[in-house]
Design a protein around this ligand. Structure first.
Ligand code: SF4
Ligand code: FES
Length: 218
């Protein structure tokens, strides 16, 4: 069974005994929504690489193992109850600049009207794979949200459609990230290792370049 199914069985047992079930967050159960944020044996999403907690299976553990499950810990992710944390700080970072403006008056633009080279399209797509789970924050000794924020900046910075608001986007998203109380990046790289979607540290370097460029342009 999957790790979340194991928690379901645990909760069924608790409910049948008249006890309070353990609260945990989940939705898609297929690695898409990013809500199943669990610290399992000290690692975000458990011991396997490139999987979310809902994609982790009990075969990754030995029979009789003691498994320690905790909520993601960070000042900017306050614990709501049991294993559920409030990750709305990520939503506010997104709202600060994670969008593009599109003129919808007149005829619909042809999909191929703006040509994008394959390398940029692939890199933007890879950055857009971030599901906002928060494992990068939980893995970081500084609780930095740089990997998440840089993925959200990069998915637009690499495309022509993202250039119009590029400077204000990176400034506003970094400002919001700091306001939320996330720590600074000290290039340890734990975030990249624990990220279930393989988001690369290259995105942090790109965000830093975008930020410096925005400041120089004023
Ligand atoms: S960068 Fe990776 S670990 Fe961080 S929120 Fe996105 S998917 Fe999760
Ligand atoms: S429940 Fe959606 S990613 Fe795990």
């Amino acid at each position: 069974m999957s790790f979340l199914e194991m928690l379901d069985v645990l909760n069924e047992g608790l409910i049948n005994k008249g006890e309070t079930p353990v609260e945990f967050d989940h939705d898609c159960r297929e690695g898409i929504c990013g809500s199943c944020s669990l610290q399992i044996n000290g690692e975000p999403h458990g011991p396997d690489r490139m999987v979310t907690s809902c994609q982790l299976h009990m075969r990754s553990f030995k029979d009789g193992d003691t498994i320690v499950v905790e909520p993601f810990r960070a000042k900017a992710f306050p614990v709501i109850k049991d294993l559920i944390v409030d990750r709305s700080a990520f939503d506010r970072i997104q709202q600060a600049g994670g969008y593009v403006s599109v003129n919808t008056s007149g005829n619909t633009l042809d999909a191929n009207a703006i040509l994008i080279n394959k390398q940029d399209a692939d890199s933007a797509f890879a950055a857009a794979a971030c599901i906002g789970c928060g494992a990068c924050v939980a893995a970081c000794k500084n609780a930095s949200a740089m990997l998440f924020t840089s993925a959200k900046v990069s998915q637009f910075a690499l495309l022509p459609q993202g250039q119009i608001e590029a400077a204000t986007r990176v400034e506003n998203m970094v400002r919001q990230m700091d306001l939320e109380g996330f720590g600074n990046c000290t290039n340890t790289g734990a975030c990249e290792i624990e990220c279930p979607k393989g988001i690369s540290l290259e995105n942090i370097a790109r965000m830093n370049r975008e930020f410096i460029s925005a400041n120089i342009k004023g």
